[in-house]
Ligand binder design. Structure first.
Ligand SMILES: O=C(O)[C@H](O)[C@@H](O)[C@H](O)[C@H](O)COP(=O)(O)O
Length: 259
C-alpha cells in the first residue's frame, strides 16, 4: 500500500556517502538563496553548530552563492567568547566564513559583552532578529528563508533538549538554557515558534551513530523528541538531508533529490 503523506510532511533525502550529501546540500542552499534574492534581494539563513558547519563545505568557491546578500544568524549559540573552541560562530568561521567573501557585518554573532547575563544576552539576540524581520512585515514571528539544524544522539536540536521546559515556549523568539545536558551548559537558542515559521527547515544528519535516533524521530514522532517537534507551518517545508548510514533503520519513505 502506498504511503499517503500530508502535504507538508517531511521530505527525507538519503545519500550513499557524505560527499554526495555535501554537494546536494550546497545545491539546495543555492536554490533557497536564489529564490529569496529574486524575491526580496536578501537571503536570511540560520546555522547550527555541532557537525553542521563542516557539512557546508560545498558552498566554498561556489559561483552561485551571492555572499553579499546573505544575512547569517545562529540557531543556537554556546555562551562563551566568540573565539572559544566551543563557540558555534568560531566553528562556522573556521569551516566556512574564513574561506568565502562574506562581509563581516552580514554575520550576526551574539554580543560578547553580555556573557555574564543570560537574560540580557538572549534579549539582545532577539533584538537583532527584530531588527532584521519586524520592520518589513508585521508578522508575529520571523520568517527565515532557511534554517539548518543538526540532531543530537538524544534527539535534541538547536538547544532544545528532551523534557526541557523550553519545549513549551510559545512567545519568546530567543531563550536561554543554563542546564544543557550537552556541554557547555549555558546556551541561547531559537524557540520552536521561530524554527516552525521558517520557509524551509533542513536537518543534516550523517553517520550510523544517528540511525537509532533518526528512526525514533521519523517513524515515531508521537514520542515527542525535540527534533520531531520541528514542523514548519504550511507553506513551510521540512527536509532531512541524511546519509544511508543514518537512514539505515528508517521506514519513513525517501524522496529522490531534486531541486
Ligand atoms: O550548539 C550545538 O550543539 C548545535 O547547534 C546543536 O544543536 C547540534 O546541531 C546538535 O547537537 C547536533 O550535533 P552534531 O551535529 O555534532 O551531532
Amino acid at each position: 500500500m502506498a504511503h499517503h503523506q500530508p502535504p507538508n510532511a517531511p521530505i527525507l533525502i538519503s545519500f550513499p556517502d557524505s560527499n554526495e550529501l555535501v554537494d546536494s546540500l550546497a545545491k539546495f542552499i543555492a536554490k533557497a538563496q536564489k529564490d529569496a534574492i529574486d524575491k526580496k534581494g536578501r537571503f536570511t539563513i540560520a546555522l547550527s553548530g555541532g557537525s553542521l558547519p563542516k557539512m557546508l563545505r560545498g558552498l566554498i568557491g561556489n559561483p552561485q552563492i551571492k555572499w553579499a546578500h546573505w544575512q547569517v544568524y545562529y540557531v543556537d549559540e554556546r555562551v562563551v567568547p566568540l573565539d572559544h573552541p566551543d563557540s558555534n560562530h568560531r566553528s562556522c568561521k573556521e569551516h566556512l566564513f574564513s574561506k568565502v567573501p562574506i562581509p563581516d557585518e552580514n554575520i550576526h554573532a551574539i554580543d560578547p559583552t553580555l556573557l555574564n547575563d543570560l537574560e540580557e544576552l538572549s534579549d539582545a539576540y532577539e533584538k537583532t532578529l527584530i531588527h532584521e524581520f519586524a520592520q518589513k512585515d508585521a508578522a508575529r514571528f520571523p520568517v527565515f528563508d532557511l534554517i539548518l539544524l543538526g540532531m543530537g544522539p538524544d534527539g535534541h536540536t538547536a538547544s532544545l533538549f528532551p523534557g526541557h521546559e523550553l519545549l513549551a515556549e510559545e512567545d519568546r523568539w530567543v531563550a536561554y538554557v543554563d542546564d544543557s545536558p550537552k556541554p557547555p551548559p549555558k546556551r541561547i537558542t531559537f524557540t520552536y515558534p521561530v524554527i516552525n515559521h521558517a520557509a524551509r527547515v533542513a536537518f543534516v544528519a550523517a553517520g550510523k551513530e544517528k540511525a537509532e535516533t533518526l528512526t525514533t524521530i521519523l517513524d515515531h514522532p508521537e514520542e515527542g523528541l525535540p527534533s520531531s517537534r520541528v514542523k514548519p507551518a504550511f507553506p513551510g517545508q521540512l527536509y532531512w538531508f541524511v546519509d544511508d548510514a543514518a537512514a539505515s533503520k528508517v521506514a519513513f519513505p525517501r524522496t529522490p533529490f531534486q531541486l
